[in-house]
Design a protein around this ligand. Structure first.
Ligand code: S3P
Length: 167
């Protein structure tokens, strides 16, 4: 693998963490989930962070976390679904790794995210929230070096595709 890092972006529920962990195993690289790193550092949950300080504060911490994570090499970095919204984050990802965007159908996303009801941006009517955010973020993931639709693929197939494309 010639790239410095592999960065996974994509809407919530597109499989960034599942795929990232498997990729890390296959390559013998470290897996870093930017939300988990932030939660560890602050000893709080993303949901509590949103509740106590609001989204803007979370976004600013998210950018700092990404920047410091991407200063390291040889890692699989899974980002939060909204990390791509800031131009500075997109630029930082493109500078420091091969960026893979994972996509999935709205039905698949709804099915996957319903397993974790704590996501702050999906409170209220889940289906409505997913459709609204997907519409708002329609082209937000297109800056990536490659885009993979995971809807019909197994984790192993996705991992194989990423390894092929990053080489
Ligand atoms: C968010 C996605 C979440 C988390 C936060 C905001 C988003 O990460 O960063 O709740 O704006 O899409 P996952 O994509 O890992 O669920």
């Amino acid at each position: 693998m010639t790239t410095s890092n592999l960065v996974l972006v994509g809407f919530m529920g597109t499989g960034k963490s599942t795929v990232g962990k498997k990729l890390a195993e296959r390559l013998g690289w470290k897996f870093q989930d930017s939300d988990a790193v932030l939660e560890d550092e602050l000893q709080t949950s993303i949901a509590d962070l949103f509740r106590q300080h609001g989204e803007a504060h979370f976004r600013s911490l998210e950018s700092k976390t990404l920047e410091s994570l991407l200063a390291q090499r040889g890692q699989i970095v899974a980002t939060g679904g909204g990390a791509v919204l800031a131009e500075e984050n997109r630029a930082c990802m493109l500078r420091n790794g091969f960026v893979v965007a994972l996509k999935a159908s709205p039905e698949t996303i709804i099915h996957r995210v319903s397993a974790d009801i704590n996501r702050p941006l999906l409170q209220g009517n889940l289906e409505e929230r997913v459709h609204t955010l997907l519409e708002q973020r329609k082209s937000a993931y297109d800056f990536a070096h490659t885009v993979i639709d995971t809807t019909e693929l197994t984790t192993d197939q996705i991992v194989d595709l990423i390894i092929q494309q990053a080489n």
